[in-house]
Design a protein around this ligand. Structure first.
Ligand SMILES: [Zn+2]
Length: 251
């Protein structure tokens, strides 16, 4: 595959970049990322991946755009209120970059559909907002041997880690089980600062880009935490894969 003149111009700041170049850009154009959640994290992640020329972006979310989303979910605008989030997201992504393919699914990801949805994708982003979905994504990605970036945000705090098959622990190795329903307040109750979603979602996009181009260090085997109020980033080394983990054991 050769880059067209238009692609050479559009991606020129990647192409001159040591570590990306024409070969790296081709890897992005041939790459695919599936994003679960078109909300606070999914918005910046999807927009940066689209702008970067990641050739195929899948995105799943069952919700429609609500006024209370717009404080942080920057892929949607006031004109999108009431629309399916994935359709609003698809329109924004293609307006940023018509050079890519977007596969939009207005579904809630569940046990029955997740393996079909992520099948064939190179990398998955967990941009979900609840523990049940985070464990579901982990278990499916480990089983399907698909690398993924986990992220979570609450208030002024964010965290992320990356799972790559055979490298480092999975999300379940660390957190074992979802907390009981109601034990941890959700975003509706605690709130979340908008720009935090931009920081953490953009870092998820960065993990996907590094994985696709095969350069740099991923957040495998460690958890990066960000305390936005105190401008404090920490990279915490995680324990090795847990031997009796019910999901990644033997994988
Ligand atoms: Zn595990």
């Amino acid at each position: 595959m050769e880059l067209s003149n238009e692609q050479a111009e559009r991606y020129s700041r990647h192409i001159v970049l040591k570590g990306v170049g024409i070969e790296g850009q081709k890897k992005l154009l041939n790459g695919s990322v599936f994003i679960i959640g078109a909300g606070g994290l999914g918005s910046p992640a999807a927009m940066y991946l689209a702008a970067a020329g990641v050739g195929t972006i899948g995105i799943a979310d069952a919700d429609s755009v609500d006024l209370s989303n717009l404080q942080r979910q920057i892929i949607h605008t006031s004109n999108d209120l009431g629309r399916d989030k994935v359709l609003s997201a698809e329109e924004t992504l293609l307006s940023i970059n018509p050079d890519i393919t977007v596969n939009a699914y207005c579904v809630r990801v569940n046990q029955d559909n997740i393996l079909d949805l992520i099948s064939g994708y190179d990398f998955v982003l967990d941009c979900s907002d609840n523990f049940a979905t985070k464990f579901l994504i982990n278990d499916a990605c480990v089983k399907a041997r698909v690398p993924f970036s986990h992220a979570g945000i609450s208030g002024f705090q964010g965290q992320l880690m990356t799972y790559v098959p055979k490298e480092g622990p999975c999300y379940r190795c660390i957190f074992k089980e979802p907390p009981p329903d109601g034990a941890v307040p959700d975003g509706r109750q605690t709130g979340v600062i908008g720009a935090l979603c931009g920081v953490i979602g953009s870092m998820q996009a960065m993990e996907a880009v590094k994985y696709l181009i095969g350069e740099g260090e991923l957040l495998t085997g460690c958890m990066l935490t960000y305390d936005a109020m105190n401008a404090d980033f920490r990279k915490i080394k995680l324990p090795e894969k847990v031997n009796d983990c019910s999901v990644c054991k033997g994988r």
